[in-house]
Design a protein around this ligand. Structure first.
Ligand code: XMP
Length: 518
């Protein structure tokens, strides 16, 4: 099983010391138009030299350099002549392994801290103001620099807040330039990459498209058909568009219309792929089958299971129409690859698949997004001419509206929810909040309450509006929507959607809630 990924010649390797920072650093490097990859800290100098990196960045990490089992670098790495930037733990490790001293402070520094340049700030910090605000998170601190290094900044609890040895092209900062709360953070990263390490700013979305297309062509050669399941989401859409650019009509997409999509979504997928992009598309209208199997099913896990199973059956049957398909296109992203641990394994979480495709399908995988972060996937989508509605689509669960209807899922309940959900989406977009809010949608509860409309007593269902902010869906907070917006959504839903007489706003964060209701 191979995967078609573009691998540019120039790479910056981000050495992961076990905190959450490595991914963020890798993204910031790419924002500086330099391709980056994350590697484990136990690679040897030979292994690293073999990758011929343009530079190394040592990430932060949760340990103290003094504890047993604290991660180290192969010391030979410091003699390879590769430019190195150490961040937080990475900077302490440079000091510790090269003969300086890392002391245990009386107090650490957490959160916003003022850093002051020493002298002209050396090569790394030259040009920055005398003092600026950064984000720190450390207990230990470098107290003495190694021989031939100089200290170029201080902070209240870091006598050496930045150090460097221009001869060896090794630099370190105690703060986290990768987080947005650090002023001039990206400037520090850019200074290191472009000016000190001599990296070319050549990683652009245009280059990603060109290199990915070349890699897909190389993987698939001149023959063989590929199949791609479209979910309507951005990942499968961009993967399909890239593969189509590479192999044209040898790609067939399958879109399973479960009847559980949002209002207008199926039409849009067909419109975008078949009509605008000219991609061969099998549009399977399978709603009847899904509703039939969902009859009487109310327990959330049972619903998910029914939907997942039916999806696989329908997909397999559709794929029966493309006998010679040898390749399966998947929208696996770089964070999934990193989470799988090895950086090379082609493990796909069923959660990320379209409804969870079975693993015994005998295909060679084509995964053109394996090296990309989500924001890059969106940029590639735009570069390929996909519409904003798809490129900026919010995450949507595989089982669709099925897990946003509490109780039985029927044509009628789906229709009520689709209508209310369309109003919620329209109003959030009209208020200009759609890119700030991670997910926003409506949920239909299976209770009824009494109301009054005109002179009539009503006894109908409530709609719950859910809108959350998040970075990664692991944690989330309820969005502080303006009252006027909530009022507008509430009025419209009650006036326009038959069968609904009350609107509530969900003010539960995750944890303890989840984003979806089921
Ligand atoms: P929860 O509800 O667990 O959701 O906080 C976290 C994120 O995952 C999405 N989600 C799914 N995505 N298949 C998917 O592809 C699924 O079965 C599924 N269930 C939840 C959810 O929308 C949120 O973004």
């Amino acid at each position: 099983m191979t995967a078609s990924v573009a691998a540019p010649d120039q790479v910056v390797l981000v050495v992961d010391f076990g905190a959450q920072y490595a991914q963020l650093i890798a993204r910031r490097v790419r924002e500086a138009n330099v391709y980056s990859e994350i590697i484990a800290h136990d690679l040897t100098a030979d292994q690293i030299a073999a990758r011929k990196p343009a530079a190394l960045i040592l990430s932060g990490g949760p340990k103290s350099v003094h504890v047993d089992g604290a991660p180290r670098l192969d010391p030979e790495i410091f003699n390879l002549g590769i430019p190195i930037l150490g961040i937080c733990y990475g900077a302490q490790l440079i000091a510790h392994q090269m003969g300086g001293t890392v002391g245990r402070n009386e107090r650490g520094e957490y959160g916003r801290t003022t850093v002051s340049r020493s002298g002209d700030g050396g090569q790394l910090l030259n040009g920055l103001p005398d003092d600026w605000t950064v984000w720190m998170s450390h207990f230990d601190a470098v107290t003495e620099v190694p021989e031939s290094f100089v200290s170029v900044a201080t902070s209240p609890n870091s006598p050496v807040a930045a150090l460097e040895c221009p001869d060896k092209r090794i630099y370190g900062v105690q703060h986290h330039p990768e987080v947005i709360h650090s002023q001039f953070g990206q400037d520090v990263i850019v200074r290191f990459l472009h000016d000190l390490a001599g990296c070319e700013p050549s990683w652009t979305m245009k280059s990603v498209v060109e290199e990915s297309v070349a890699a897909i062509k190389a993987q698939m050669g001149d023959s063989g058909r590929a199949i791609c399941g479209l979910s309507g989401g951005v990942d499968s859409a961009v993967a399909a568009a890239l593969v189509h650019k590479a192999i044209g009509h040898r790609l067939t997409c399958v879109y399973v219309d479960t009847g559980l999509m949002r209002q207008g979504e199926s039409e849009q997928v067909v419109d975008t792929f078949q009509r605008s992009q000219g991609i061969e598309l099998i549009h399977v209208r399978a709603a009847d089958r899904f509703f039939e199997h969902l009859e009487g099913v109310t327990e959330p896990e049972a619903k998910r299971k029914v939907i997942g199973e039916q999806f696989i059956r329908v997909f397999e049957r559709a794929q029966g129409g493309i006998e010679d398909a040898e390749y399966l296109v998947q929208g696996t992203l770089y964070p999934d690859v990193i989470e799988s641990g090895t950086g090379t394994a082609a493990k796909i979480k069923s959660h990320h698949n379209v409804g969870g495709l079975p693993d015994d399908l005998e295909f060679e995988l084509v995964e053109p997004l394996r090296n990309l972060f989500k924001d890059e996937v969106r940029a590639v989508g735009t570069e390929l001419g996909l519409p904003d509605e798809i490129v900026w689509r919010q995450p949507f669960p595989g089982p669709g509206l099925g897990v946003r209807i509490i109780g039985e899922v029927t044509r009628e309940t789906v229709s009520i929810l689709q209508h209310a959900d369309a109003i919620v989406r329209e109003e959030i977009i009209a208020a200009g909040l759609d890119r700030e809010i991670w997910q926003y949608f409506a949920v239909l509860a299976d209770i009824r309450s009494v109301g009054v409309m005109g002179d009539e007593r009503t006894y109908a269902r409530p709609i719950i509006i859910r809108a959350v902010t998040s970075d990664d869906a692991m944690t989330a907070d309820w969005a502080r929507l303006p009252y006027e917006l909530l009022e507008k959504m509430s009025n419209r839903v009650i006036n326009e959607v038959d069968g609904v007489n009350r609107v509530a706003y969900d003010i539960t964060s995750k944890p303890p809630g989840t984003i979806e209701w089921e």
